[in-house]
Design a binder for this molecule. Sequence first.
Ligand code: FAD
Ligand code: NDP
Length: 580
Amino acid sequence: MLKRKHSEMNAAERVAQLLKDYRVVIFSKSYCPFCVKVKALFDSLHVEYKALELDLIGEDGVAIQQTLFEKTKQKTVPNVFVNGKHVGGCDATIQAHQDGRLAELLSGVQYDYDLIVIGGGSGGLAASKEAASFGKKVAVCDFVVPSPQGTTWGLGGTCVNVGCIPKKLMHKAAIIGEDLKDARAFGWDVPEQVVHNWTNMVDEIQNYVKSLNFGYRKVLKENTVTYLNAYAQFVDAHTVKVTDKKNNVQHITARDFIIAVGGRPRYPDIPGAKEYGITSDDLFSLKYHPGKCLIVGASYIALECAGFLHAVGIDCTIMVRSILLRGFDQQLAEMIGDHMMGHGMKFIRPCVPTKIEKISDGEPGFGKMDSGEIVEGEYNTILFAVGRSACTHNIGLDNIGVKLNPSNGKIIVDKEERTSVNNIYAIGDVIDGKLELTPVAIQAGKLLAQRLYKNQTVLTDYVNVPTTVFTPLEYGFVGVSEEDAVASYGKDDIEVYHSFYQPLEYALTDRDNNKCYGKLVCVKSKGERVVGFHVLGPNAGEVTQGFALGVKLGAKKSDFADLIGIHPTTAEVGLHKDSG
Ligand code: FAD
Ligand code: NDP
């Protein structure tokens, strides 16, 4: 058969034929310095290439450039292809050379995917969508191993299914309950006794969560990301074995991997813990009313769960091993504890559980708590919130030499989130020494994909990340605690400004008079730069979000004082504080 001449083909056919005929094709313009640079790169590698100078072939050049744009979304030259695969422009080709992908493409190694993301939670979904938006072939493996109580859920990871989202909605249920108590003072004719229905709340929240699961699957499809509802384990640095729930196994390969497998709740190593205890993995979809509850733990999850459980009418006791909210400003942590106690929550501290026994059948089973000084109690539900373990133990990391911190099993990464294995990255809760928060995982996932596939260099900034503990009185915080500021700068160099306040919303019923609080921690030698912003009160999350920008940009106490507030808001307290 006779081969058609290039001159007889249309632009699309000509591009396709060139990519078929030549190992390296550079669509170029004769006067373009970047094209010269890219050709010099291939010359230095002693790799032959076909350069088509689009400016020297008249109208055909314009048509080919348009075809290339439709094919690659790249308007400019050089536009480089290796073994039929689009590499990109000058910078992208140099980057591919530097990170080894060019050598792979030249060698003709073909992977199933450019990127496989293990874990379809906050970080994994963000990274996969972003990578796919740059034309990469991406797959996400997400699989939920059932909790010891058998609870399982859909796509989206911890935040959507068993974390932030159902938690915040239950917190909202709690706030509504508190507001109903105040409603009569505002003229609402509500009965003295309003009743909360646990199963109705759970059903509504779970329906919403299911709609989010569906939405995530749809978004992956729209972004041409392949979703595999399967458990992934590394076989080698470019291959994972994936097993679905019917035990079907396949092996798939990729040039790059992102591990975003997050963590799961830990159980204390005591008899009865896994048999009779539940964790946050089970609580948000609990089909029955929890009854009398013991919550073990004293950090975010324990205090938040205790807060909303109590507010919807549940008898709650919190067992605290040492301090409340380790790592947070201890003055505010204790104020939260006092507030919770003032509202009827019970604390056992310091205390750890030693044994749980079932004392009778029923729904839920009864438990009996036996601690150091033989404090015994009977509870319907025992909720463990004693920290989370990274899901790194059964994913074949030992097969490929990804280094972990032996003390917590988390993955060690460099500032670019690269693990000890060159083509394998990790983000989110699974990485060592970083905050376990959804927006952190999302930001890391997006920026990593941009660095890998869009030639960007921006790193995730893990400093001054704002956060909020959604206890009945919310605690918003950015920067450092007073304790940490003193440890870093010395007591004499720290000035603290603070004030107690009562939100106007609480005034008619005199609710929590003077229990709300704001505090700025400033460094004198830095012109009173604010290094810690803390607020305890309603909507503290919303308040803190805005102020966090100021703290990140290096705002000083005088900047806070200069800013005119919005009246009447609770956020005003962030601006006018007395020296403490
Ligand atoms: P995850 O979201 O945990 O996703 C990991 C996914 O990988 C999971 O679906 C897991 O099943 C899957 N997986 C694990 N191993 C494999 C494998 N081998 N193969 C395939 N899939 C696998 N953060 C906030 O910012 N604000 C909050 O208010 C907040 N509240 C929270 C409340 C609770 C009760 C909890 C538990 C957490 C809360 N967090 C909150 C933290 C937040 O949920 C996490 O920081 C975030 O979900 C981490 O995202 P990730 O992508 O690292 O992991
Ligand atoms: P943390 O690791 O923050 O805290 C664990 C708590 O359990 C501590 O109070 C610890 O006490 C206690 N504890 C540990 N072991 C035992 C034991 N054997 N017996 C009794 N108590 C024990 O874990 P969380 O599970 O609360 O939260 C995990 C992460 O999830 C958080 O760090 C946060 O990043 C994220 N999260 C964020 C939220 C938000 O943004 N609002 C909400 C919820 C979670 P001790 O201090 O003595 O060690």
